[in-house]
Design a protein around this ligand. Structure first.
Ligand code: APR
Length: 395
């Protein structure tokens, strides 16, 4: 193998999604060397639309690391959540109830584009089109990553640490020897049919509960909306043409005037949860979706990924700068405490808002329970406050 094919770095990061790119930027800001290896092309990664809400903690993180100016520009702030119950709007003042904390609406593709730009502007090493990534020597002091570069040449990087930021289907978690991790999975038995459409965004993010079934309406940019409709798990996409989509949205949201708009994208997501414990093995640290999947209910997936990235960046900084490896040893516990708290929040919201009176999936008893639960958010400052605190994210 040629000399150029052997390299060394402090942190080899596998995957350039929200977690890998955040970690890369934070390490770069801390002056710690890293190389990011991404399987897909830049164009693919920059166009992928998924999450859209940054919680308070994530925005504060970018501020504290001096990246807010480049990452958060024109992210919309919204301190109010609408619950549309049987067509009646009710507004929960999240920011007010959560002591001034609020989320920001920032579609994932904008976040990803900005993180790539910031990292490259600062001279970061980000490689797209990396094939056949393999991880080795994970329980040694010098773990190794090999891959095929865009020209098909074999490359090898020796690192102090490897960050597995390659999502649920990535290679990192699969590289941990069998028996070293406990896996927790849960199927919520609920499907979400999601639609991206050219429909003007709602004034506030909205969840709608009615006997027609659950729906949600979120802003995605100045002219587009993302809708979610509960459907049976494994639903056939073909069963949803534009007429049915808008008829169901109007019924579930209780707005017969909801305008039609061009459907840009549709998909079915089955609500699943997944967690591995511990989130590390030797010198490999799993970050974001590589370690845990959470349902989209509550919008915490991207936020958990960003939070893991910051915990790891700080732990690597302590190890490299101060020779203190304790934060690295604590990495998994620290991240898992937050992960389980968010899993519980997400499950709570799922219970609160689904199967709430739709005769096909539930009945009148659940209908009454759902309304009582939702009512409590508005009538009890404690209940509303706890919900708002979790929605806004930790202080
Ligand atoms: N080699 C290199 N890169 C890989 C490999 C591989 N073998 N496998 C996957 N990748 C890349 C993917 O192409 C993707 O760009 O890793 C990246 C993983 O990104 P995500 O799946 O988005 O995971 P993560 O960064 O942890 O973010 C997760 O963000 O999209 C939101 O809410 C969503 O919970 C999710 C969160």
């Amino acid at each position: 193998m040629s000399e150029a094919a052997h390299e060394t770095t402090t942190v080899a990061i596998v995957g350039a999604g929200p977690s890998g790119l955040t970690l890369a930027n934070l390490l770069r800001t801390a002056g710690i060397g890293c190389v990011v290896l991404e399987r897909q092309s830049r164009g693919y990664v920059e166009q992928r639309q998924r999450a859209g809400v940054l919680e308070h903690r994530a925005a504060r993180m970018f501020e504290e690391w001096g990246l807010a100016g480049r990452v958060l520009q024109d992210s919309r702030t919204d301190g109010v959540q609408e619950f549309r119950v049987d067509g009646e709007p009710r507004f929960l003042p999240i920011a007010e109830l959560a002591g001034g904390r609020f989320g920001r609406i920032l579609p994932q593709q904008f976040l990803v584009q900005r993180l790539i730009t910031a990292f490259l502007e600062d001279g970061g090493d980000l490689r797209f089109g990396c094939g056949d990534v393999t991880l080795g020597e994970l329980d040694s002091d010098r773990p190794i990553v090999t891959y095929l570069d865009e020209s098909g040449a074999q490359r090898r990087i020796e690192a102090d640490f490897i960050a597995g930021c390659d999502g649920f289907h990535g290679v990192s978690r699969r590289s941990v020897p069998e028996g070293e991790q406990t896996t927790y999975t849960y199927d919520h038995g609920i499907g979400w049919f999601t639609v991206l459409a050219d429909v003007p965004p709602p004034r506030h993010p909205m969840f709608a509960v009615s006997s027609h079934g659950f729906a949600a309406h979120f802003p995605r940019g100045p002219r587009s909306s993302r809708f979610y409709l509960q459907c049976p798990p494994g639903e056939d996409l073909g069963a949803w043409d534009e007429d049915r989509i808008f008829e169901q949205l109007r019924l579930r949201i209780g707005d017969p005037d909801l305008p039609y708009g061009k459907v840009l994208e549709k998909a079915v997501v089955d609500m699943r949860s997944f967690v591995v414990d511990p989130m590390s093995y030797g010198r490999l640290f799993l970050v974001g979706d590589a370690a845990h999947i959470i349902t989209p209910m509550g919008g915490k997936g991207m936020n958990l990924a960003l939070a893991d990235a910051e915990v790891l960046a700080k732990a690597v900084r302590s190890a490299v700068r101060d020779g203190d490896e304790q934060p690295l040893r604590d990495y998994s516990r620290t991240c898992l405490d937050r992960t389980w708290s968010y899993q519980e929040y997400s499950r709570w919201m799922t219970e609160m808002l689904h199967d709430s009176g739709d005769p096909a999936t539930s009945g009148p008893f659940r209908h009454k329970l759902a309304r009582a639960r939702l009512d409590r958010l508005f009538t009890s400052a404690n209940a509303g406050g706890l919900f708002a605190e979790l929605m806004a994210g930790e202080a």
